[in-house]
Design a binder for this molecule. Structure first.
Ligand SMILES: *[C@@H]1O[C@H](CO)[C@@H](O)[C@H](O)[C@H]1NC(C)=O
Ligand SMILES: *[C@@H]1O[C@H](CO)[C@@H](O)[C@H](O)[C@H]1NC(C)=O
Length: 210
């Protein structure tokens, strides 16, 4: 840019000193080179300011784009799981409250359910839906307790009975969870359930983020 301007000034003054030299009537074709330099400096400053503005708005655009992508990712987050108590025999009865581990994962989109611990951990704040179903024989109680952290929120229950040998129970609930809240199922003391991959399941999904 600078060299181009210098060339222009040089050229202009060359011409002036040449064939138009004695044309005293006309305006001087070559303005004072000092003025040109000043004009050029002002222009340069403006250009630099413009360049900075452009860069700033580019940066802002990229930031906006990133924020939008993040929001989109969060909005399209999917959390869906189903797991069954598998293994063949019955589970329980136990003397104390015991976490029921549904070790056979059927679906686990978002990996929020841990089949080792039997615990679902909310990856984002929102409203979730959970359901539990079980099958058991009548020789013991069938009693499952659905917990949100330490709070009991729902249960499924059937009494011990010699005449009614096949018990089925279930429950479902919408829960508003914060990120990191845990949901799991306990077997009450002295209760049992069947685990044959199909009868006793724990499911949940994210309904909406909040
Ligand atoms: C200079 O001006 C005179 C008078 O106007 C003219 O006759 C002459 O041709 C000019 N010289 C040049 C180099 O243009
Ligand atoms: C499940 O929990 C166990 C025990 O806390 C842990 O070692 C494991 O990494 C967890 N699995 C996943 C997939 O988070």
């Amino acid at each position: 840019m600078l060299s181009f301007m210098s060339l222009l000034i040089l050229l202009c003054c060359e011409l002036n000193s040449g064939q138009f030299e004695n044309d005293s009537q006309s305006e001087p074709l070559c303005p004072d080179s000092h003025d040109l330099q000043k004009e050029y400096d002002a222009m340069k400053k403006k250009m630099e300011a413009l360049e900075k503005m452009l860069k700033d708005s580019q940066t802002r655009l990229i930031n906006n784009e990133n924020t939008r992508t993040e929001l989109k990712n969060e909005a399209s987050m999917q959390v869906i799981f189903s797991a069954a108590a598998g293994g063949g025999s019955s589970i329980g009865p136990f003397d104390t409250d015991t976490t029921l581990i549904y070790e056979t994962v059927i679906t686990n989109i978002g990996s929020a359910y841990n089949k080792t611990t039997g615990v679902f951990t909310a990856p984002v704040a929102g409203v979730y839906y959970f359901s539990i179903f079980y099958h058991a024989g009548g020789e013991h109680e069938g009693k499952l307790l659905l917990y949100k952290n330490t709070q009991l929120v729902a249960m499924a229950f059937d009494q011990r009975s010699d005449s009614d040998t096949a018990d089925n129970g279930g429950n479902a609930v919408f829960l508003q969870l914060q990120r990191g809240d845990q949901v799991y199922v306990h077997m009450a003391p002295n209760s049992h359930v069947w685990r044959n991959y199909k009868h006793t399941t724990f499911s949940g999904f994210l309904v909406t983020q909040m």
